[in-house]
Design a protein around this ligand. Sequence first.
Ligand code: MTE
Ligand code: MO
Length: 430
Amino acid sequence: MSDKDDTVTTPSRRAFLQGSAAAGGALMAAGAARAQGQGPDPLITEVQDWASGLGDGVDATPYGLPIEYEDDVVRRNVEWLTADTISSINFTPIHALDGTITPQGCAFERHHSGAINMRKEDFRLMINGLVDRPLVFSYADLERFPRENHTYFLECAANTGMEWAGAQLNGAQFTHGMIHNMEYTGVSLRVLLEEAGLSAAGDLADKWVYVEGADASSNGRSIPMEKALDDVIVAFKANGEALRMEHGYPVRLVVPGWEGNMWVKWLRRIEVTDQAIESREETSKYTDTLADGTSRKWTWVMDAKSVVTSPSPQSPITHGPGPMVITGLAWSGRGAITGVDVTLDGGVTWQKARLAKPGEKMALSRFYLDIDWDGSEMLVQSRAHDETGYVQPTKAQLREVRGLNSIYHNNCIQTWHVKESGEAENVEIS
Ligand SMILES: Nc1nc2c(c(=O)[nH]1)N[C@H]1C(S)=C(S)[C@@H](COP(=O)(O)O)O[C@H]1N2
Ligand SMILES: [Mo]
């Protein structure tokens, strides 16, 4: 480092050191008190096993798994929700993760007829219907089209659905864990549709694609052509590696910002049609009955939502009063998150949380609020704002519009009651 550099950095470095010493003071005081009471800490004063021998060589684990001490960071099922695990759902352990990328190995799964096991070589994707040339692509064919990389969240429309009638499931994993966020690599659906040719479809304004998976359920969904030609991806990699079987290996559809049900896994067929198919998954399911008995349908977009992941029922405060980090996730199917407010008193006063980085369109945002906890009970909530100006509603506001019969699209503000003991509980206050 040159003298000049040193001169430039010294003032800010000094400021940082002063600042961190002040902030660390309270934390260290608590730790020092403990150490004094208990005498020398053998973890510091004695040579440990791991320093007296050798560790594992390379190749001990050709494909690494999390260390055994993290074995509670796993997907979890709520057994009474569904009759069996074949047509069921489990939940991402969002209370135990940080950052925004969800590792595939603990990203929630939702299957209608089980996760199927298909070799890449056996993959075929047909594009037919109102196209100039019906085509069938193999996996190797897909790899030859120009590729894109994008990070998007997938939220099941049923996420938080069990909370409509009142606070029910005790944990962020269970109330909000039907979500994951991955970096996808694939080919734009537009490119494949143009390869098949869309002149046969005529005016595209009122056309649709009907998308099916290769599993027994097929999970068929109709998608308006406008969205199909906009940002939909035919994806074959997630977080840099092949899709896991449970997430649709070898190829799934990525439908940014729209309900998870439309992200067809084990992709098999895309038909260009002049009307929506009105399949099971878009009539009897994934519609919401309103108070007057009519049903909302085509509720594709996931509205802005957020949740505090820690502290939360599965992630209590264990260190007593003093400096602590409140953190959570926010997302919007309509674009980027622009801000998150956090309240500690059930919505009487709100503070602006810090976004870990500027919001990205249709991807999870991580927020933090660094507080000095006085040890008294809190009613912790978070409230997301997105780039359209939309503000996440309270449960009462949502019920006013939607009534009590809904399951899907519950994006209301969540409340955790944090007690003096540091334990947290799912409660409903507004
Ligand atoms: N072929 C197929 N695609 C599917 C499903 C399915 O059962 N079969 N489930 C859908 C639902 S309801 C959701 S929420 C997402 C879940 O994706 P994941 O299992 O990767 O989390 O996949 C969707 N795509
Ligand atoms: Mo879903």
